[in-house]
Structures are given as C-alpha cells and as structure tokens.
Design a protein around this ligand. Structure first.
Ligand SMILES: C[S@@+](CC[C@H](N)C(=O)[O-])C[C@H]1O[C@@H](n2cnc3c(N)ncnc32)[C@H](O)[C@@H]1O
Length: 273
C-alpha cells in the first residue's frame, strides 16, 4: 500500500471533489490549507489521477505497512470497568476484581463499552437493578448486544434485544454465543415495529440511541413500558438534554436521574401511574 500526501488551498479543495474520487482518504484542515492523504493499493492508477489533477500539490509518496488495525487494537485492549463488569475485546485480558466479564471484539456493530454513552447506560442499569426487581427488560438499539448482556446478568430474567441493522443481528448472535448467554430474544425491527414486540410490556427499557430517533419513537417507548417502569436513555449530548426532558414530560415520562461524562448524558425516566 502507498500513501500519497498532498496539500490543497481551501478553494482548490472545495472545487476538486477529491473526497469523492478516492475511496481511502483522510483530510484535515490546517489553517488555510487542507492536508490530504490518499491510501492506495492501486498505485499506478491513482498516481496518474493525482498527477493529472494536482501535480503541483504532491508533497510525499510513501510505502505504508499493511497492518490489521482491528487485530492490533484487540491485542492491545486494556478493557473497561464498571461497578460489576469488565468488558474486553479479547479473552486474554484478565480482571479478577469484577463479578462479570464480557468479551466483545470490535466489530461492525456499535458497543464495546468504551463509548461514554454505553458506559453511562451501564452505570444507570447497575443503579436501577440494585433498587428494584426487573421481570422483563428491553435493550432498544442493541448494536453488539452489550446492554442486553448486562441486563441479563443483572436481572437473570427475560431480556429482549432489538436493532434495525442487519449487521447488529449477526454480531449480537456471535457475541451472545461467545459469552455463553441464554434467554435473550432478538428482534430486527425499527423501534417496536414488530407484531410480537408491540404486545410486550417492560419494567425497564434501555435505549442508547440518538436524540431524533428517540423522539420519533417516544410514544412507542411509553406504550411498551409498564406503569411504574423505567426507561434509561443514553446517546444524548448535554446540550440536547432539556429538549428530550420536555418532550418526554408530554408523554408521561418524568426525569428521576441524570448522570454525565464529558459531553454525554444518560437519563432515567419513570412512567408514573
Ligand atoms: C449508539 S448505538 C448503541 C449500541 C449499544 N446499545 C451500546 O449501548 O453501545 C445505537 C444502535 O441503535 C440502532 N438503531 C438506530 N435506530 C434504530 C431504530 N429506529 N430501531 C432500532 N434500532 C435502531 C443502531 O443500529 C445502533 O446499533
């Protein structure tokens, strides 16, 4: 693999549509210029295009070692700890202090535990399951399956996991199998839009999903939650918090807890009787 580095002025960069020409490209703005790196396995073809379009802008051409970044990242992973859990990307990383150990390799589905939104959601699940007995819970937008695995370990009851994404489905089953977990039912659907799921009522719903889909699904969330049940929301920026709180208040969901880490927040709402 080769790396071709070029520098373009702002107007040259905008006019060039360079990001649409090459598949493997990075670009960063440095003062008035754009620093561009094109990674190519087809050097003879791509250098012709670059020379044709940006002959005077070429800075360097270098060889790049072929590194499997996913494997390297997994090997060097130090893991993530919460109150009860240790999450790692490989089975070799040890942690004897935590009660539960879950292995989730980096994959095409979101959820290794490293992102603030996942971490905060887990902290809130740990806190709520200490306070009340949960009989049936749902992880809406499960990604890698991480929050449904946490729910299963902490409640030991029926758990439902859902996601709209095809890749999530296969990653979920692989992770579930590798962590020897049972009793978690997966639905691939948009929100609660599945015949079976629509009829289910939960004591706890966890949704680490961005603000707009959350608002769009607000009514369904409330409908599928039992009276006295809780919803844990994550994936929300601090600046978006009040918008969601006001929106949820209108559908009978009242804020009971609010935790944050850097710019991210995770909120707990109750559906009052
Ligand atoms: C930020 S990731 C969270 C993954 C994981 N639950 C976690 O906490 O790390 C959001 C997930 O929600 C899923 N998602 C987005 N919109 C959805 C929808 N309308 N219905 C179901 N899943 C959805 C995405 O495919 C993605 O896997």
């Amino acid at each position: 693999m080769k790396k071709i580095s070029i520098t373009l002025k702002e107007n040259e960069f905008q006019k060039s549509h360079i990001t649409e020409i090459f598949e493997n490209i990075t670009y960063t703005q440095k003062e008035e210029n754009w620093e561009i790196e094109i990674f190519t396995k087809n050097f003879n073809r791509d250098i012709k295009i670059v020379k044709n379009l940006f002959k005077n802008n070429i800075k360097t051409i270098k060889d790049v070692k072929n590194i499997n970044w996913v494997k390297k990242y997994q090997k060097n992973d130090l893991g993530v700890e919460t109150g009860f859990f240790f999450f790692s990307q490989n089975t070799k990383t040890q942690n004897k202090r935590k009660k539960f150990k879950i292995t989730l390799p980096n994959s095409k589905a979101f959820g290794t535990g490293k992102h603030e939104s996942t971490y905060l959601a887990i902290k809130n699940i740990e806190s709520i399951t200490k306070k009340m007995k949960i009989h049936q819970s749902c992880d809406l937008g499960t990604g890698s399956g991480i929050l449904s695995f946490v729910l299963k370990k902490l409640t030991m009851k029926k758990v439902v996991a859902t996601d709209i994404d095809v890749q999530s489905e296969s990653v979920f089953y692989e992770n579930k199998h590798n962590n020897s977990l049972n009793g978690i039912q997966f639905f691939r659907c948009d929100g609660f839009r599945s015949k079976k799921l629509m009829k289910m009522k939960f004591d706890l719903i966890v949704a680490n999903i961005y603000l707009n889909p959350l608002k769009r699904m607000g009514k369904e969330l409330s409908k599928n939650l039992k009276f006295g049940g809780y919803i844990i929301v994550s994936g929300i920026l601090d600046s978006q918090k009040n918008d969601l709180i006001n929106f949820f208040n209108k559908i009978n969901l009242t804020l009971t807890k609010n935790i944050c880490l850097r710019d991210w927040v995770s909120l707990i709402f109750i559906k009052k009787k």
